[in-house]
Each structure stands twice: as C-alpha cells, then as structure tokens.
Design a protein around this ligand. Structure first.
Ligand code: PLP
Length: 424
C-alpha cells in the first residue's frame, strides 16, 4: 500500500540544505485545494463559515491562508486568541470554544469581540461576575451523554467526556442568557473525533437541528447558528477510504431541508471548526536516518523524536512512512523507526515493512499537518523543529524557526548563570 508524498527527494534535500533536519513542511497547494472544496460543499448555506481549529496548526501564516476563503479561527486559549488576532482575525471571525476557562481569557475574548461558546452553565454566572455584560450572540456546547454511533458502530463516548451541557442545562442556560439580554443563540457539539465516514456531520447535524427546534419552542429564542465543530477525520492508513466533503456537505443539506426548512428556520447558519481535515494530509515531518541498530529487532534511529510528533507515542497512532527516493522500492525490511527520547514509546513505526534504509536517507512521515508540530514538547531537552511552507510554485519559506537552546533556557532569565548559554 502506498501513499503519495507532496515532496520529491530533491525538494526535501533542498529544504534540508537550508533549514536542516528534522522539519515540518506544509503543502500550500493542497491546503488551498481542500479549503476550496470545503467552501463549495457548504455553499448552499448562506452563512456558512469554517472556523479553523487553531490548536491543530497554530501558525499565523497558516491562519492567513484560510482568511482568503472567508474562514475564521476557533480558539481555546489566550495564546490562540492572540495569535488569531495578530493574524488579522477579530469579532465574529473568532469562535472561542474553550473549557475550564480562566476569567482573563473571557475578558480578552470579549475585548476582541470573539463569539463566546460556553462549555458549561456555571460559566455564565462566572462570566457575569468576572467580565460583565454578555454579548448579543452567545453559543452553548451540548453533550447528549451516552454513546455516539454511526452505521459502522460506536464512534465515541460523549457520556464519558468532560465537555458540554446536558439537555436540561442547555434549556436552563438559554433562559438565563435570555434574561441577561442575549438575543441570538448558537448550539455547538463535538461528539466524535477523527471520523473517517461521510455520515458523521449529517448525523450530528440532525441531532443539533432537533435540539434547536426544541429550544426555540421551549425558550422562544432565536437560533442563529449551528456549530458542527471538528471531528471530520483523515485516512492515516493507506487502505482507508477518505471522507468526501462534497457528500458530507450534501448530507447536512438534506437534513437541513428535512428538519429546519419546513419550520421556517432556513436562515440558520452552519459553522464548522475543522482542524485535522483542513491540515492533516498537507503536512509532513521530514527526518534523516542517522543510526541503525541490530539487536532483538532492527531499529532505524532518526533525528526527529516524539517531541516533534507525539501522536504515535501518545495514541499508538499510525503514520505512514515513505523513504524518499525509494518510493517504488520493495518493502522487504521490517523496522522499528525510533527517536532519541529515553522512552520506549518514542517510535514512529513498529514492525513496519519498508525498503532497505541507508544512513542519510530522508524519511517522510505522512499526515502531520494537524496536531503534529502543535503537540510539540521539550522532554529530554529536545527542541521544536522548524516549520516550512511549500508554495504552489515550488518555492518555500520558513514560517517558524527551530527552537534554540537559548529559547529553552530563557525561562531561567532571572538566573543569568543558567540562562546565558554563552557561558557553556
Ligand atoms: C480539537 C477541536 C476542534 C478540531 O478538531 P479536529 O478533530 O482537528 O477537526 C474543533 N473544536 C474544538 C472545540 C476542539 O477542541
């Protein structure tokens, strides 16, 4: 089974010559092509907006690409709010879908006019007490409990998830918000993650549309949007069938026309907060093979580690690997591909069949465009690698430099003997 790379070996070497290895690289042509398709799939809905989930790929240069399509940003922390604002987003182009939120983050979100999405009913008095007056439009996050199933089985377990409010709390929250002058309402839910099926959004939309009708009836509130959040997945493994965003958009349209239009609610806007689907396939981690080790198993040591891509270590997630320049080679060698952390789960692949790897080969780890660099950390004093954007004309630019040891030690800056690296 093969998977296409968006980078040739020559291009990868050209980038490596300039910025070293490892690096995360993003494919602007792929990002734009997909954004176009997302926009088209929901163009039937006048108010449609994708709020890109900043946490997936927190980089202003990526956010700015999405601005070209009229998209917004979905933020959940102070850093994400500030990054979105610095990139030029403000007002209702920012959705603040946070949880366990500190007062100062609500305050800042309110200052820049972001749409507030309350994760819990207790957040409403907390907001009133700490921030003040509520905006005209407010969203609430719903959690129906139980399990969430599609035709291929149970997808996720909302009953076990910390997010959102029960149905009764949604009703109570809407009444409370209305009493405090809120005029327009949104409903949000995120019930399953990385769904690789076209059924997820339409099924979720059906549940949320029914809830909207019920809340409108019971509370007499104006529902202005339904936020389907994230959860649309990508095929990490080459044998998975990818999602078809056109069919997903058409599926949501069908439910919309069936449930909302007959009730005269055909002005409701559809919002999404996709991260993985917008970026996952359009990023790769490129790393060089620097060691081989032959003990009870065959190991290839690369110059990236789990600090650059945590998903395999954290979730046992599969990421496809291509040995650049050996795309058509026979995969007749079985390897564990490892990083250098003193943690045995620091393996990008276990028992993976690959063409024979020679020292110096460039290893292309697929589908790291979302939740890849973003989940970087500094365990073992390992540093963040650079992020590079490959443009449509084949040129490329650095969109975030590598972290340096000086950055790593900078937070000892009140102790110059430990923060000033010129000494050692
Ligand atoms: C993580 C997250 C998203 C994005 O999820 P993806 O699976 O990457 O699409 C959207 N909204 C919220 C509130 C999230 O926490």
């Amino acid at each position: 089974m093969t998977k296409k790379t968006f980078l040739t070996k020559d291009k990868a070497e050209e980038i490596a010559a300039k910025y070293g290895t490892p690096y995360h690289v993003y494919d602007e042509a792929g990002i734009r092509g997909n954004a176009e398709e997302v926009k088209k799939a929901f163009s039937w809905n006048k108010g449609f907006k994708e709020y890109f989930a900043v946490k997936a790929t927190p980089n202003p240069f990526i956010l700015k690409i999405f601005m070209d399509y009229g998209f917004g940003c979905d933020c959940s922390s102070m850093a994400e709010l500030k990054m979105a604002y610095a990139a030029g987003f403000a007002g209702d182009d920012i959705m603040f879908s946070s949880n366990d939120t500190p007062a100062e983050e609500y305050e800042y979100a309110s200052k820049i006019g972001a749409l507030i999405n309350f994760d819990d009913i207790t957040m409403i008095p907390y907001y009133l007490e700490n921030v003040g007056e509520l905006p005209d439009t407010v969203c609430c996050r719903y959690n129906p409990g139980g399990t969430f199933s599609l035709s291929n089985g149970i997808m996720d377990n909302p009953g076990d998830s910390k997010y959102g409010m029960t149905k009764d709390q949604m009703e109570e929250a809407f009444r409370l918000l209305k009493d405090h002058g809120v005029k327009h309402f949104g409903i949000h839910a995120f019930l399953a993650s990385n769904t690789v099926t076209d059924e997820y959004y339409p099924k979720l939309a059906g549940q949320l549309f029914e809830l909207a009708l019920e809340l409108k009836d019971k509370c007499g509130t104006d529902i202005s949007f339904i936020n389907l959040s994230g959860g649309v997945g990508i095929p990490y493994s080459p044998d998975q069938e990818p999602n078809h965003i056109d069919r997903i958009g058409a599926g949501v349209k069908e439910v919309y026309e069936h449930l909302l239009v007959p009730k005269g609610m055909d002005g409701i806007k559809i919002f999404t907060e996709m991260g993985r689907f917008m970026m996952g396939p359009y990023g790769a981690l490129v790393t060089r093979a620097i060691h081989e080790k032959h003990i009870h198993k065959e190991y290839i040591g690369v110059d990236a580690c789990a600090a650059n891509l945590m998903r395999p270590a954290m979730y046992g997630a599969y990421h496809h690997i291509t040995v650049l320049g050996k795309e058509s080679g026979v995969a007749d060698h079985k390897y564990d591909v490892t990083g250098s952390l003193c943690e045995n789960n620091d393996k990008f692949a276990v028992d993976r069949m690959l063409p024979e790897i020679e020292m110096g080969d460039l290893i292309y780890i697929h589908d790291t465009g979302a939740h890849g660099s973003a989940m970087g950390y500094n365990y073992n004093g390992r540093l963040w690698c650079p992020e590079v954007l490959l443009h449509e004309d084949g040129s490329f630019s650095l969109i975030r430099r590598a972290q340096t040891l000086a950055d790593y030690f900078a937070t000892f800056d009140c102790f110059p003997e430990y923060s000033n690296m010129d000494r050692v």
